[in-house]
Ligand binder design. Structure first.
Ligand code: SF4
Length: 371
């Protein structure tokens, strides 16, 4: 790893990004004091002047919220402000318990299907995307639909539609039953076959081996997907690849930094919910990359002290749907158990943002014009 810098202790402020290109940078930050105090205050003023405790946390960066999740959560918040509660949301807006509970407390009502939404009400479609029939159902019920699908999921939908229009067989690598996969497959059900991991390869059949393309869910393990593709290619040498990566930047970046820290970790803790694909993948990636143990937790209080017995280094990261306050709570929890040295390992800085859905922006503008 790159040299370790010592950050001064200061008031509670967000950890500031440390500019980094390819090799990881490491910034030592002040652990939260007294179960919830300060984090790195942005000043790097001394180099290694205070002794380490022997128990450290390697804090991964990038971690937590991605651009698509940020947009989806903001969409619900802005809709609540603009139209008032209740606002209906089809499926969990993002796969995170804390986010869903917080939005519920503000007036969002989460439903499984459009038919649970009163006719004429406002419904928001989640970041994972929906099949065209879901828009149709919304029209039939005269719902005001706002689409919070992540633009990077929409990109995969567009690819599916294009290849289906050209009469390709499409092999969609993804997890059976995941909302994103259901939405993407719904764009061209007659052309799409699901390939659920390397073991799914043997089950596929194609009409013309010269006209086959693979696409994927955005939140898969990069390595496992490449293994699936290699197996597909050994059966279908002319298999075409997607025009650009379907596994999104956020998924790749979070897996990349976990691979960097995992070999040094006795325990890797991933903050995220069990139905969050990218969070679950982070635990798997950590274990594959050499972490001795790995655990997924929604909240700090779920950490079992037994996991930390004999551990000198704990790795910490979070899935793309996790607000950083939950990571800060884990840092405080660990600090209270002696893990007070916190090194933030940075492998990329993310600056991507997505604008709010057009239909919402239009109404916000109209409301602003009315004063
Ligand atoms: S994980 Fe990737 S695809 Fe999913 S919402 Fe975030 S940026 Fe979009």
């Amino acid at each position: 790893m790159a040299g370790v810098l010592r950050a001064s202790r200061g008031p509670a402020l967000p950890v500031r990004p440390f500019c980094q290109a390819r090799a990881p940078a490491v910034v030592r930050i002040a652990a939260p004091a007294g179960g919830g105090g300060g984090t790195y205050d942005g000043r790097v003023t001394q180099a290694e002047t205070t002794p380490r405790t022997g128990k450290r946390v390697l804090l991964a960066k990038p971690r937590g919220y991605c651009a698509g999740v940020d947009r989806a959560v903001q969409t619900v918040e802005e809709a609540l402000k603009l139209y008032g509660a209740p606002i209906y949301v089809r499926k969990q807006i993002v796969h995170n318990k804390h986010v869903v509970r917080t939005l519920e407390a503000k007036g969002a009502v989460f439903v499984e299907e459009n038919e649970e939404v009163p006719e004429g009400a406002t419904v928001i479609f989640s970041a994972h995307g929906v099949a065209p029939e879901v828009y149709e159902q919304a029209r039939e019920r005269s719902l005001k639909a706002i689409d919070a699908t992540c633009p990077l999921v929409t990109k995969v939908h567009q690819e599916a539609k294009r290849f289906a229009a050209e009469d390709y067989d499409i092999l969609l690598i993804g997890h059976e039953g995941h909302e994103e996969v259901i939405g993407t497959a719904g764009e061209a059900p007659a052309h799409i076959q699901l390939v659920d991991g390397p073991d799914g390869v043997d089950k596929i059949t194609v009409r013309d081996p010269n006209k086959v393309v693979w696409l994927s869910q955005t939140t898969l393990s990069v390595d496992e997907t490449m293994e699936t593709v290699a197996r597909l290619k050994s059966r279908l040498p002319l298999l075409q690849s997607p025009p650009s990566d379907d596994i999104c930047y956020a998924t790749s970046n979070r897996q990349h930094v976990v691979k960097e820290i995992a070999p040094e970790c006795d325990v890797v803790i991933v903050v995220g919910s069990r139905n969050s694909s990218n969070s679950v993948r982070l635990v798997e990636v950590a274990l594959d990359a050499g972490a001795r143990t790995g655990h997924l937790v929604d909240f700090a209080h779920e950490i079992d002290d037994a996991w930390l017995v004999g551990a000198a280094t704990v790795g910490l990261t979070s899935g793309a749907s996790v607000p950083d306050e939950l990571v800060q709570e884990v840092l405080a929890h660990l600090a209270a158990r002696g893990f007070t040295d916190v090194d933030e390992v940075v492998t990329a800085n993310e600056r991507l943002t997505f604008s709010l859905p057009q239909e919402l922006k239009r109404d916000m503008k109209a409301a602003a014009a009315r004063g």
